[in-house]
Design a protein around this ligand. Structure first.
Ligand SMILES: N[C@@H](CCC(=O)N[C@@H](CS)C(=O)NCC(=O)O)C(=O)O
Length: 203
């Protein structure tokens, strides 16, 4: 199997963390690539051109982080990325959705500031900056909840990869006002599977 990723994609990073966490790194070859290239060889296997993309041995494949993480989870039992039942169900899903919201908005922000300066939209940048700072402030108040303090799960992966966008967005200064979140982020960042997911040359 081949997992197509870029060194900067937070979604790619999330899929790579899950790959390591599920012990699949020997079975999956990482292909470091670049999106939005007209001659991108990925387009012949994934018409959307989006990453991460997992190419299977039979020539079929799948895009979408959530789907790829579920596939990894099924490949390497026992399942650890499922949604819990009972009392934890709704808090888990709520936090997952909000963490994805931070990741999606932060990705728009990161993409916008990468455009040539004359093509950037100050309105979009400001909107996403405000959203990201509000959401970081929200997670500061709930980071003590059980969802964020057990084994790695999707809400944690989404939140970690969203906050890690600070490496691409100089103005995403969430650390100063969020000491609890920072402690959590640094604890996760020291996990071997998260360290192993950094792109070559950035450790
Ligand atoms: N919802 C998708 C989002 C993936 C996504 O937006 N990936 C970006 C890289 S960070 C991409 O492929 N961009 C290329 C493009 O828009 O053509 C997921 O969770 O995998």
């Amino acid at each position: 199997m081949k997992l197509y990723v870029t060194p900067t994609s937070p979604y790619g990073r999330l899929a790579i963390i899950a790959m390591h966490d599920k012990g699949l790194s020997e079975r999956i070859k990482l292909v470091w690539t670049q999106t939005r290239q007209l001659d991108d060889p990925l387009l012949s296997v994934n018409p959307s051109g989006r990453l991460p993309f997992l190419l299977l041995g039979d020539g079929t494949g799948m895009e979408d982080t959530d789907l790829i993480v579920d596939y990894f989870d099924a490949l390497a039992p026992p399942r650890t990325y499922g949604i819990p039942n009972g009392e934890e169900h709704w808090p888990f899903r709520r936090f997952e959705a909000t963490a994805r919201s931070l990741l999606d908005g932060g990705s728009v922000w990161a993409r916008e500031i990468k455009r040539p300066s004359g093509e950037q939209s100050p309105g979009i940048i400001d909107h996403e900056r405000r959203r990201a700072i509000r959401l970081a402030g929200y997670f500061e108040t709930v980071i003590g909840e059980g969802v964020f303090n057990g084994d790695l799960n999707k809400p944690q992966l989404l939140l970690y990869c969203a906050l890690d966008l600070e490496r691409r967005i100089p103005d995403f200064g969430w650390r100063a006002g969020c000491p609890n979140l920072l402690k959590w982020f640094e604890r996760l960042g020291n996990l071997p599977v998260i360290r192993a997911s950094l792109p070559p040359g950035s450790a």
